[in-house]
Design a protein around this ligand. Structure first.
Ligand SMILES: [Zn+2]
Length: 484
C-alpha cells in the first residue's frame, strides 16, 4: 500500500503541474487530466503539489504587497531591462524597432525611458509573430495559445509552459485578500463542459485541488436548484465564477425566495465585465464579498481588488503597467480613462513590450489609500471589443450597463439578450422563468421603452435558450453592426 501511495503521490504531483502548465488560468481553472485516488493525496499540502516555481513566486508576490515605492521601482526596472535585452538580442523585430527609435536596452535608466520605444498591439503580432520569437517554438515547454482578435478572428502566439505556476501564484495571493485559503473547496461555474453524473447532476470533483465543477452552460431552474443544494454540502468554500454565472444564481435565489447556502465565504469573479448592480445583489444574497480580478491571455497586466476596496490593484510582479491616452502618452491623472498597456514579465518566448491590450480603464492612484499597498489602482475596466452596446436610430451608442435594470423589469426572466443588425432596431430575446405571463412581457416593453425613449425600437422574442460563447460566457448584446 505504501508503494501505491507513493506512486500515486508522484503521479498526482506530475498531473497537477501538467494541468497547470497547459491552462490559461484566468480563463479556466486547472484541470486534473487523470483522476487520481484522492484520499491519500489529501494529506499532501497543495502548495507542495503545485511545485517549487509556484511557491517561489507566491512568496515574492506576497512580499511585494509590502514593498515601498522605491523597492517596487527597482524591481520593475530590473525586470523591464531583462525583457528588453532578451527581445533586443534575440528577435529581429525588436532589434529593428529599437534601432529605428535610437534606443538600446542598456540606456534604460528610468521606467519613463520606455516611452522612447513604440507600442505594440494585436496588429504587430499578426504581422510579425515569427520575428518576435526569442527561440525555436517547436521544442518542449512552449505552447501555442489564441486570444480573441478583432472581427472574431482568433490571434495566436507562443508562450512558455512555466507561465501557469507564476500566474496561479498571483491569483491565489489575490484571492487570499477575500478569505480564500489554498486547499479550501472551490465551487466553479466557469465555462467548463460538465457531463451529468449518475444522479443526473452536472458536477465533477477534482480531489487534489478540491474543486467542484458545475456546468454554467445548463443554468435551468432545476439544475441551479441542484447546484445550490450541492454547494451547500461541501463545507466552507468559495465560488469561482464568471460575473454572469453568479448573476444567474443570484437572480434564481431571489426569484424563488430561498436563502443562499451559508457556507460560501467569498465570490471570486474574473473574465467578464463586472456590473455594479450584479455585484451588489450577489453580495446581498450570498452575504459575502464579491471579489474581482482582471487578466488576459497576453499576460502583460493582472490586477485584483483588495480587502477594503473594489479598485483594481495592478500586480507589480506581473508586468510593467501603463495607461495610455489616444496619443500614446501615459495617464497619471485620477479620473482619466485610457488604454491598458503593459510590458509582460512572464512570456520569455514572445516578449510583449508596451503592448496595447484594447482594454480601457480609469486611473485612480499610484497607491491604495485603503490598504496601503503601493500598487497602481485603476477602476471601470472595460473590454474595447466586448463593450456591449446598442446603436440608436441617431447612431448613438447605448451601453448594456445603462440598461442593466435595477428594478423588477426582468422578474420571472431567466436570461435576456439583445440582437441587433439595424441601427435603431433590436430584438430582445427572452428566456422565461416559471410563472412568466403577459403582464411580465408588458412590463418589459414599457420599462425598457422608457429608457430607449423612441431612440430604439425593439420587439420581444421568447426563446427556449440563449447560447453562451465557446468559453461559456454570456453575451448580453449579440451585436452585428460594426461598433468598434
Ligand atoms: Zn487596497
Amino acid at each position: 500500500m505504501v508503494g501505491a501511495w507513493w506512486a500515486g503521490r508522484v503521479d498526482g504531483k506530475v498531473a497537477v503541474q501538467k494541468a497547470f502548465s497547459a491552462k490559461n488560468l484566468w480563463e479556466r481553472s486547472p484541470r486534473i487530466v487523470r483522476r487520481v485516488a484522492g484520499g491519500a493525496l489529501g494529506i499532501v499540502p497543495l502548495s507542495v503539489l503545485l511545485g517549487g516555481s509556484f511557491r517561489r513566486h507566491r512568496r515574492r508576490v506576497r512580499e511585494s504587497q509590502r514593498w515601498t515605492a522605491d523597492q517596487l521601482r527597482d524591481f520593475q526596472l530590473d525586470a523591464v531591462r531583462r525583457v528588453l535585452r532578451l527581445a533586443y538580442e534575440n528577435t529581429a523585430y525588436y532589434r529593428r524597432t529599437f534601432d529605428a527609435a535610437g534606443f538600446h536596452p542598456d540606456s534604460l535608466r528610468r521606467l519613463d525611458d520606455l516611452q522612447k520605444i513604440p507600442t505594440t498591439d494585436k496588429g504587430t503580432l499578426r504581422g510579425h509573430l515569427r520575428e518576435m520569437c526569442t527561440r525555436p517554438v517547436t521544442g518542449a515547454g512552449v505552447d501555442y495559445v489564441t486570444t480573441g482578435g478583432t472581427g472574431g478572428e482568433p490571434l495566436g502566439f507562443y508562450i512558455g509552459r512555466d507561465r501557469s505556476a507564476i500566474e496561479y501564484a498571483h491569483l491565489v495571493t489575490a484571492w487570499e485578500r477575500a478569505g480564500y485559503r489554498l486547499g479550501m473547496p472551490m465551487a466553479v461555474f466557469r465555462g467548463r463542459v460538465v457531463q451529468p453524473d449518475a444522479a443526473g447532476l452536472r458536477h465533477e470533483y477534482d480531489p487534489l485541488l478540491r474543486h467542484h465543477y458545475y456546468s454554467n452552460f445548463h443554468m435551468t431552474d432545476e439544475n441551479m436548484r441542484r447546484y445550490i443544494e450541492h454547494v451547500s454540502t461541501v463545507g466552507p468554500c468559495v465560488l469561482h465564477v464568471y460575473p454572469s454565472s453568479i448573476a444567474a444564481l443570484t437572480r434564481f435565489l431571489m426569484r424563488i425566495g430561498r436563502p443562499a447556502p451559508g457556507n460560501v465565504r467569498a465570490i471570486l469573479a474574473e473574465s467578464e465585465i463586472v456590473y455594479p448592480e450584479q455585484r451588489r445583489l450577489a453580495e446581498k444574497v450570498f452575504g459575502c464579498r464579491f471579489f474581482s480580478g482582471y487578466g488576459h491571455t497576453e499576460k502583460v497586466v493582472a490586477s485584483a481588488e483588495c480587502e477594503h476596496s473594489t479598485d483594481q490593484h495592478v500586480f507589480p510582479t506581473y508586468g510593467y503597467f501603463e495607461l495610455l491616452d489616444p496619443e500614446g502618452r501615459p495617464i497619471t491623472t485620477p479620473g482619466r480613462t485610457g488604454e491598458i498597456a503593459g510590458t509582460g514579465f512572464i512570456n520569455s518566448v514572445v516578449p510583449f513590450i508596451r503592448y496595447r491590450t484594447g482594454d480601457y480603464a480609469t486611473y485612480v492612484a499610484d497607491r491604495c489609500g485603503a490598504c496601503g499597498r503601493a500598487h497602481v489602482c485603476i477602476r471601470d475596466i472595460a473590454g474595447h471589443r466586448t463593450q456591449e452596446v446598442l446603436v440608436a436610430v441617431d447612431g448613438a451608442r447605448i451601453s448594456w450597463t445603462a440598461l442593466n435594470m435595477h428594478d423588477n423589469t426582468f422578474d420571472r426572466v431567466r436570461q435576456v439578450q439583445f440582437y441587433q443588425d439595424t441601427p435603431g432596431r433590436a430584438v430582445l430575446r427572452v428566456v422565461a422563468a416559471e410563472g412568466f405571463s403577459e403582464a411580465d412581457r408588458r412590463r418589459i416593453q414599457e420599462s425598457l421603452g422608457r429608457k430607449f425613449d423612441n431612440r430604439l425600437e425593439f420587439k420581444l422574442e421568447m426563446v427556449d435558450a440563449i447560447p453562451l460563447t465557446g468559453r461559456g460566457k454570456v453575451v448580453y448584446v449579440d451585436q452585428r453592426l460594426p461598433v468598434e
